[in-house]
Ligand binder design. Sequence first.
Ligand code: HEC
Length: 114
Amino acid sequence: MLGTLLALAASSAPSAAQDGAKPAAAPPAAGAADKIAKGREIFANFACGSCHSLADAGAAGHVGPSFDGDPNLSEPFIIDRVTNGQGAMPAFGGQLSPEEIAAVAAYVSHAAAK
Ligand code: HEC
């Protein structure tokens, strides 16, 4: 009898935990939106738009390539360029943390695909 109760208690516990986990499934999407919002701020604060065009950011720079409608701007590619720079593109690896660079890459990749 006691064994049955314990078994019932044990079997009901995981489903209670799963029910509890359902609302927690939302944050990953919210986290991605937060990351993009943070990237948008970094794009503005570090004046990426003084050299690059990106309609979403109201940026119309012409020193570097325009990002609008560029399907080749993957996040890993942007992270590499922003971290290490190339030619007249400054390296931001010393000014921005890897998390900040990942955020600006997520933002540019997202906004360029619009
Ligand atoms: C002083 C002007 C300048 C600033 C500021 C600048 N860039 Fe650039 N960027 C360039 C130039 C020039 C290139 C082209 C480099 C090359 O390929 O020789 C470039 C290239 C890039 C590329 C590669 C694009 C491609 O299609 O090859 C990315 C991505 C990029 N920049 C992102 C950024 C971000 C994000 C910021 C802000 C954190 C930023 N840039 C700030 C001048 C700038």
